[in-house]
Design a protein. Structure first.
Length: 628
């Protein structure tokens, strides 16, 4: 399947929430269905018994029950304890458990309603306000699966350890979400997890508060996503916050909290548990981050660094079989990485996407102009326009196929089938029209079979695919000309609706123009010529005919000719991937070859070459320039 980036809609949200509610209800109540786990006085308990924190009226047995006191307590009776009738806590625990058994369908349904509501809130938020990647069905399924696994871990800890409930390492999941996506999503995940974890102890208010604050604090304090090791101190700091909050709430309920007495028994200490739970969450998040990121549908930084190693077999295959396309990809990588980091997108992911996006060209490299040797005839000369367009468009599908077979993670494969979006291969469409369109074809026959970019990262690569190639035609390489060219390309993509689903804001586009212009100016800056270069230049000029206009004619004879329906200079610039659909005669000569000062190979104006894409307006609206 080409398109795996399906957005979760309302129906998907309802289905996911229903499945989550059913699964969580099972986790919340399954122990009630196991007869051997029913506690009884005089017997040994098979699982840990917990009575949630709350108010209790305690009678003083030595005063004949006349003296009663109002206390807030929690009871934890570890598994394997012999339940004594004389022990007040044991009696209270057995009474609490007998209230839960036998399991009532109404109570289970009530839990299901609460879980379903939480699921709906989370899916609705992700669908409407989440960043683009968390709107994907794949991501939401992964996120809910991770929440379910975390809930099961919490339940098993509560059942089979005698540790205070604050040891639960729930903050690991918000840390993973911060690492893979963003903090806003992590906050909401913290909220939902806090309700779920506390529901195991009848919505224990203290547990809910601690889990919520620890999750939010951990994701807030995890500042540098490039260094996952920071998850450990972030978790520990969140644990310290939880200690402070726990102490304050305890004082509110009980009037006092004895820190020394609490710390004197580390195994039962609430403060140690509050801190330890945060630290453990950070350590767990660090250790299992690769598996967690895979579950969430993201690619780890280590994996991306590995993928961008130029020794990778697939990259070597491309360098060997489609060298022109490989050089184009490498040039794009630098430009795209700088652009992505300027708008807070994942720069390393974009670099990986740039390297792999055109791998489909290795199937039939000669169909792409950048892979033809000088003077080599293009196979398109002999083909019908629609056949040529099919051959060009095939690189999107075959690229995705090769990458998946090569085990490349889906977020990188996504670049292969979104970098042309759903644009039309304009050159061959116009060629077809100019030939009279004898088969009565429509634009749809010439439309790429991919999908529009769904993330900022893929949208940036789509823009850079065009900008990188067009930048080679800008002469002289001045900032204003680069800006104009970039604005034209962005406007053309906007007009065609290609950026509609990308999540790029107008502010992002303005930043992209500034940053890419800066990068291009630096890439194309002039160097001072060596004396021997000056000497050769003078010799070359002397060898030319005396009239510069003749030289100009000779050189300009190799310039591209625009398709008649696309006025020269009005079409947006085309990247080599797009120009791949252009026969060799339309190939731009390298702009660095200058025969004498007045003989620039690229006419200026226009600064933009003809393209097979749809024509851009001659006066593209200007995106305000932001000073950097
Ligand atoms: Fe391409
Ligand atoms: Fe490309």
């Amino acid at each position: 399947m080409l398109r795996t980036r399906i957005r979760a809609g309302t129906v998907a949200g309802v289905v996911i929430s229903l499945v989550l509610a059913a699964a969580l209800s099972a986790v919340q109540s399954f122990e009630l269905f196991i007869d051997g786990w029913t506690p009884a006085l005089g017997e040994t308990t098979a699982v840990t018994l917990r009575v949630p924190y709350g108010p209790r009226i305690v009678r003083n047995q030595y005063s004949g029950g006349s003296n009663i006191s109002y206390e807030h307590t929690r009871i934890i009776i570890p598994a394997g304890t012999l339940l004594s009738e004389q022990n007040q806590d044991h009696r209270a625990a057995v009474a609490y458990e007998s209230n839960r058994r036998p399991p009532r369908s109404t109570r289970i349904i009530a839990y299901g309603v609460i879980d379903f509501t939480l699921g709906m809130l989370l899916t609705a938020y992700l669908r409407r306000f989440g960043q683009n990647r968390v709107r994907l069905l794949r991501t939401q399924i992964g996120l809910f699966a991770a929440m379910l696994v975390m809930s099961l871990v919490v339940k098993l800890m509560l059942l089979f350890t005698g540790l205070p409930e604050f040891w639960v390492p729930v903050a690991a999941l918000p840390l993973w979400v911060s690492l893979a996506f963003d903090r806003r999503t992590a906050f909401l995940v913290s909220l939902v997890l806090a309700f779920v974890a506390s529901s195991f102890l009848r919505f224990d208010l203290l547990l809910l508060t601690v889990v919520l604050v620890r999750g939010m604090a951990a994701s807030l304090l995890f500042l540098d996503r490039k260094h996952p090791r920071q998850m450990v101190p972030a978790g520990a700091m969140a644990g310290l916050f939880a200690c402070g909050l726990f102490t304050a709430i305890s004082v509110v309920f009980e009037g006092t909290f004895d820190v020394v007495s609490d710390l004197s028994q580390p195994g039962r200490s609430m403060l140690v548990a509050n801190f330890g739970g945060g630290l453990m969450a950070g350590a767990l998040a660090l250790l299992l981050r690769d598996a967690a990121e895979r579950l969430l549908g993201a690619v780890s930084r280590d994996k991306l660094l590995d993928l961008t190693d130029l020794e990778q077999p697939l990259l070597q295959k491309m360098a060997r079989e489609a060298p022109g396309s490989w050089e184009h990809s490498r040039a794009m990588a630098n430009l795209a990485e700088a652009a992505a980091s300027a708008v807070g997108a994942d720069a390393l992911l974009v670099r990986a996407g740039a390297y792999y996006h055109d791998l489909g060209k290795t199937v039939q490299p000669k169909y792409f102009v950048e892979n033809l040797s000088p003077g080599e005839e293009s196979p398109h000369e002999e083909l019908e326009p629609e056949v040529s367009a099919d051959a060009i468009m095939a690189h999107v599908v075959s690229g995705a196929k090769i990458l998946r077979e090569g085990g490349i993670p889906e977020p990188v494969v996504e670049f292969a089938y979104t970098h042309h979006g759903t644009q039309v291969v304009e050159y061959f469409w116009h060629k077809c029209l100019n030939a009279g369109n004898p088969k009565g074809l429509t634009e749809e026959h010439f439309r790429y079979p991919g999908m529009k970019p769904q993330t900022k990262e893929t949208a940036i690569l789509m823009l850079v695919d065009s900008i990188e190639a067009a930048s080679r035609t800008i002469d002289p390489p001045e900032r204003e000309k680069f800006e104009e060219m970039i604005q034209r390309i962005i406007f053309t993509k906007l007009r065609n609706g290609q950026l509609d689903e990308s999540g790029l804001s107008v502010a992002d586009l303005r930043t992209l123009v500034t940053r890419m212009s800066d990068t291009l100016v630096n890439m194309f800056h002039h160097r001072i010529r060596y004396p021997w270069q000056d000497q050769r230049r003078i010799s070359a000029q002397q060898a030319l005919p005396s009239s510069p206009s003749l030289a100009s004619i000779a050189v300009r004879g190799t310039l591209p000719s625009a398709p008649p329906s696309v006025p020269e200079g009005r079409g947006p610039p085309s990247g080599p991937s797009e120009s791949g659909s252009t026969p060799p005669r339309d190939r731009e000569p390298p702009p660095s070859i200058i025969i004498g000062p007045p003989l620039s190979l690229v006419p200026s104006p226009p600064s933009v070459p003809p393209s097979q894409e749809s024509a851009a307006p001659s006066t593209a609206p200007s995106i305000p320039h932001k000073k950097s």
